[in-house]
Design a protein around this ligand. Structure first.
Ligand SMILES: N[C@@H](CCC(=O)N[C@@H](CS)C(=O)NCC(=O)O)C(=O)O
Length: 207
């Protein structure tokens, strides 16, 4: 199986973490998004959205990071990261959908404003944009922090796909200046994720 990725992408980091946790060797191909390589015809044939991650398994190509996580775990027959109990899978799915529709969306505003815009010479962070997202960020962070009170992991007693997915967007929490002060449970839980060898093994090279 081949994963098309960019080392700085939090979405592409998720399947690389999961592969590491599964002990699965994935062939990888770097897609230079900043050089427009996401938009070349050969890549658009694999993913018409031109985004990473994209997984290719034989003649099957799959995009959307959370779908890729489920595919990798199910294909490996893994029942630790992705237990096969129906309710547990539904619980994991709930966090994956929330991550995709809500959590990563607000986190990416901080990444765009505080990291990408200055890095790409697209101007200063827009205070109005950041103010607009802040209320949503706190609404989501409160739910996440509250859920993690008295728990080590999001679902059940061990790490699952849910933790990998929700934690990935936090890789830019410090340089992206996410307003995470006071969310002690998130900090403790994210510290556990950061302590995983799979987290270190998938870190982007230092700039
Ligand atoms: N919802 C998608 C998001 C993927 C995504 O936005 N990837 C970014 C990199 S962080 C990308 O490839 N952007 C290129 C583009 O939008 O042209 C997923 O979870 O896979």
């Amino acid at each position: 199986m081949k994963l098309y990725f960019h080392p700085a992408s939090p979405f592409a980091r998720k399947p690389r973490i999961v592969a590491h946790l599964l002990g699965l060797e994935l062939e990888t191909e770097f897609v230079d998004l900043f050089a427009g390589k996401g938009q070349v015809p050969e890549f658009l044939k694999l993913n018409p959205h031109g985004k990473v991650p994209t997984l290719v398994d034989g003649d099957f190509s799959l995009w959307e990071s959370n779908a890729i996580l489920q595919y990798l775990a199910a294909k490996q027959g893994d029942t630790a990261l992705y237990p096969d109990d129906v309710k547990v899978r539904a619980d994991i799915a709930r966090w994956l959908f929330w991550e995709s529709s809500s959590w990563s969306q607000v986190c990416m505003v901080y990444v765009n404003e505080n990291i990408l815009k200055p890095m790409l010479g697209r101007g200063e962070p827009d205070p109005a944009e950041l103010a607009k997202v802040e209320e949503k960020f706190h609404r989501f962070a409160k739910v996440l922090d509250g859920h993690l009170a008295g728990r080590d992991w999001l679902v059940g007693d061990g790490i699952t796909l849910a933790d990998v997915s929700v934690a990935a967007s936090l890789m830019y929490a410090v340089p992206g200046k996410y307003p995470l002060e006071g969310y002690a449970n998130i900090a403790r839980w994210f510290g556990q994720v950061q302590a995983l060898p799979a987290w270190a093994a998938t870190a982007p090279p230092a700039a």
